[in-house]
Every structure is written in C-alpha cells, then in structure tokens.
Write a protein that binds this ligand. Structure first.
Ligand code: V47
Length: 391
C-alpha cells in the first residue's frame, strides 16, 4: 500500500513539475490518497508558484433580497417556498438601499447578493434595486445573482442570458458570485436540485457573462450524496469552460451543512475531507487563478489551515450571512478586518486586502513572528518580571 501510494504521488508530482495537466484518473487517485499532508504540500507548491505568500481578503457584506424560492433543493435551509410562509422575507428597495448606505465600514468594497428564485417579482424590480445601490454608494462593487438566478430570469422573462446580463450590467452589476453550481453531474443534480438550472445551463449563464466581459466565480457543494468521481467530473467541467473563456476568477469549495434541510441525516464533511478537496481543486484547476477557503463554510480554524493546502483567499468580513447559518454553521456572523489579517499572518502569509476583481486595496506587511508566538513571549516576559519582583 505504501509503495503504491508513494508511486501515485511521485507520478503526480512529476507531472506537475513537467507542467503537465492532471487527468480525471489523477484526480480520482488523489481522493484515495492516504498521505493527505503530502497532497497538501503539492497544492501548496502550486499556490506559492502562483501567489507566493500573498493571501487575499476583502471588506464585503452579504445581502439576500428574498428567500422566497420556486426551487426546492434538498440541501437548502435558507429558502422558503412561498411568500407569507413562516420566515419568508422579501426586502423593500428602501430597506436594501438603507442597509448599504448605513454600512458602518468606510472601507467596504463589495456587496455580495444571492436570492431565492421569486415567482412574481418583475425584472425591473431587480434593476431598480441595483440602480439604487449605485446611487447611495457608487464605489461598492455589486457581485450579485448566481448563474442559476441568471438562467431563471432568462426563462421567466423570455430573454437570452446575454440580454439579462446586459440589462443588469447597465443597472450596476459588476460580477457574478459562484453559487448554484452544487454538483454539475446530472446523476447527482437531478436528486438534490431538480427544479432549477441544470449543470449545462449554469455553465451557459457563466459562459455568457464571460463573453460579455463580466467576471464570475464558481463553486462546488461537496460532502452530501456525491462520490469522489462526481467531484472530479465537476472540477473538470469548470476547467473546460475556463479554457474556453478565462472568465472565472476564483473557485470556492463549499462544505455541506446538514441542519434544517432534507439531507439532515447525512454527516457533514470532516476537516480532512475539506482540506483534501481544496488541495485537489488547486491541483486540477490549473487555469483558475484563485482558490478561496470560505471561512463560513469550512469553519475558521480549517480555513486558516487551508492557507497551507492550496488556498490563497479567505473571502471577507461579511457582517451577516444567512445560507450557512440557517443550515447550522457555527462560524461567527462576521470577522473584523483585523481578525482576517491576524489569521493570515499567523499562517505565515502576507495579507492583501483586495477588491472583488483582485485589484489590490492594501498590501500589509507580514508578521515578524507569528502573533500567537508574540503572546507566548509576552506571557513569559510577564512571568519573569513577576518572579523578579518576588511575586
Ligand atoms: O449556491 C446552500 C450553497 C451557495 C447549503 O462567489 C450550501 O465569492 C452547504 O455560493 N450546505 C451560496 N452549502 C454561497 C456561495 C458563495 C459563498 C462565498 C463566496 C462566493 C463567491 C459564493 O451555498 C449556494 C449553495 O451552493 N449552499 N445550502 C448547505 N446546507
């Protein structure tokens, strides 16, 4: 077993060193590889070749305009099927604009919005929502609407993806978040997300965005009913589209959370599974610049360790998140900029505050020694001086 393991990783390392692309079979072999620390080191090497120690984060906020949703995805704890159902909520324009206008952080650069697929809101309602945000804080980038929402608008309002995106861009849209990808393979998607965009339609919406010059992110919801083969298949579908368009900026693996949804009997993925999945994503997605360790989904401690397993981005300050917290996430609702900087520094990396499209807002110095070590040193110094003072 040991010899075969070493053989697999040796062969994959040799391929990486020769600049060769990893195959479907390589990806599947890596999911069975017991030496996940060495796998992490390979992914870390790729990450350092691309970004050195630089590790990105942003000052952002989340917004959900509505959780009323025509779709009934089995993993979702956020959506309420009907307006008027307990917990169903649709914002007013005024409340949405106020929330951005009164956001306390002057450094805010991004508003990230994901919604349910609302049965009756007209398209103009969404356009006006974006226009109002641009009026109150024109400098904030609007990363809004998943590929699934874009496809929903196209179907509902009888437009092409291109027409939907062109109108939303005219209203202020800057980019698309990566949500809604789930697992693209139809065998899984038909079981967990029957009544929304299928895998090809999700990809088509992103293709249309990229062709219009609108960047986007992509995701994978892992750790539920899918197999490792489905994960590899998913990653390669994203890689194929990226070969065609180069419009994906970042990939975000999303760990399944099992509370308040119909898949609640399934166990959640472990930290090792999350780190392994992230590392394999870094190795397979050779054409996507950034891999994000989304701390809300992975949990803060695992996300910090992921900065040595292939991730170069931690997402942002967030302030208020609903999708994961409805499904049982124990992560905090927000992290301050200082907390993100500290997490990055203690992982031995250089914190870089970015905007949504990876423009540098501020590059901070790395820590001279890890801050945790400083605290230990301070404690020891205090003990010594107390001892000297005879206490
Ligand atoms: O589309 C929903 C997933 C996504 C659950 O683009 C769940 O920068 C786990 O896409 N357990 C929304 N996952 C979040 C998202 C995202 C997050 C951070 C950054 C970016 C980005 C995008 O969350 C959904 C769905 O795939 N999701 N329910 C659940 N129970």
């Amino acid at each position: 077993m040991t010899a075969r393991t070493a053989g697999t990783l040796d062969a994959i390392e040799a391929k990486l060193q020769a600049g060769e692309r990893l195959s479907y079979d390589d990806g599947c072999a890596l999911f069975l590889e017991p030496d996940f620390l060495r796998l992490g080191m390979l992914a870390n090497q790729v990450r350092e070749d691309k970004h050195g120690d630089r590790t990105f984060f942003n000052v952002n906020m989340r917004f959900e305009a509505t959780n009323v949703c025509e779709a009934s995805c089995s993993f979702c704890a956020f959506a309420k099927l009907k307006e008027g159902a307990a917990g169903a909520h649709t914002t007013t324009h005024e409340a949405a604009w106020k929330e951005l206008a009164e956001h306390p952080d002057p450094r805010l650069t991004e508003l990230h919005m994901v919604n349910g697929l609302h049965p009756t809101l007209p398209f103009e309602w969404y356009e006006e929502l974006l226009r109002g945000w641009k009026r109150v804080r024109p400098g904030v980038h609007l990363k809004c609407f998943t590929g699934v929402e874009i496809h929903f608008f196209a179907q509902k309002f009888g437009m092409t993806h291109e027409a939907v995106l062109t109108r939303l861009r005219a209203a202020g849209l800057g980019s698309l978040p990566g949500g809604g990808a789930e697992i693209l393979h139809p065998d899984v998607r038909q079981r967990i997300a029957t009544d929304k965009a299928n895998g090809d339609e999700y990809l088509a919406a992103h293709r249309a965005a990229h062709k219009l010059g609108i960047p986007s992110n992509c995701t994978m919801l892992y750790g539920h009913i899918e197999t490792f083969e489905h994960r590899v298949d998913h990653l390669l579908r994203l890689r194929d589209l990226q070969d065609e368009t180069q419009g994906f900026q970042c990939f975000i693996p999303l760990a399944f959370h099992n509370e308040n949804n119909s898949l609640r009997k399934l166990p959640e993925p472990t930290a090792v599974d999350s780190l392994r999945t992230l590392a394999i994503s870094r190795l397979l997605l050779d054409n996507i610049p950034h891999i994000k360790a989304y701390w809300v989904s992975m949990g803060v401690p695992t996300a910090q360790i992921a900065l040595r397993f292939g991730a170069d981005d931690l997402d942002g300050t967030i302030i208020h998140e609903s999708i994961y917290h409805s499904a049982g996430s124990r992560a905090p609702m927000a992290l301050s900029r200082d907390e993100l900087v500290r997490l990055i520094r203690e992982a031995g990396r250089i914190p870089v505050e970015r905007d949504t499209i990876y423009g540098v807002v501020e590059e901070l110095p790395r820590a001279a020694v890890p801050e945790g070590a400083l605290k230990v040193r301070d404690r020891m110094a205090r003990k010594r001086s107390l001892a000297l003072a005879g206490n």
